[in-house]
Structure formats: C-alpha cells, structure tokens
Design a binder for this molecule. Structure first.
Ligand code: FES
Length: 93
C-alpha cells in the first residue's frame, strides 16, 4: 500500500494517518488504533489489518501492508457480502 491508501475504508483512514498516530501515541494494544479517526469501528473488515500494522510498529518496523488498494477493496466487498473473511484476511494479510 502507498501511504495515502486507506486501510479503514469505512472512515477513510490512510496508512499515513495510522503511522503518524502510532509514532505519536505509541499505542500498547491494537484496539487503541480506533482512536485514530475511528479506524476499525465500522464494518470491522480492517481490524486484522490494523492488528498486523500494530504488530509491525511494536517490532520497530515501518507498518505496511503488501496488498494493492484495489485487491484490498475487492476482498472487503466480498467480506461485506458474505460476512466472512478469507483465511489471509484473518491474519491481516
Ligand atoms: S474498513 Fe475499517 S471498519 Fe470498515
């Protein structure tokens, strides 16, 4: 993903905003990312991805998701239609 791509599509929260939030606030648990423009509090699709980004932050890495925004949006659409995440999405991948 590019920094301006949205991780939380419900609330249009970009990877850049999430990185800045983590750098400034250093959240101890992933659920604190909801304080960043309500990320993860809508359809919940992005929650495993937020957890993955938070893990990377705790490991001292630059948080990133190796997925195109198009594929991400397509998979979220499928999730919203079926109510089920694919196995990769369960892992935030
Ligand atoms: S995509 Fe983040 S809550 Fe829906």
């Amino acid at each position: 993903m590019d920094p301006d791509d949205h991780v939380c599509l419900c609330y249009r929260v970009s990877l850049r905003k999430l990185r800045a939030y983590m750098n400034h606030e250093d959240p101890k648990v992933a659920s604190q990312l909801s304080q960043c423009f309500d990320a993860g509090t809508g359809c919940q699709w992005c929650v495993p991805f937020l957890k993955k980004l938070h893990e990377q932050h705790l490991e001292g890495k630059t948080p990133d998701l190796p997925i195109s925004p198009e594929e991400y949006a397509t998979r979220r659409k499928s999730y919203r239609q079926s109510g089920q995440r694919d196995e990769e999405a369960e892992r935030g991948e």
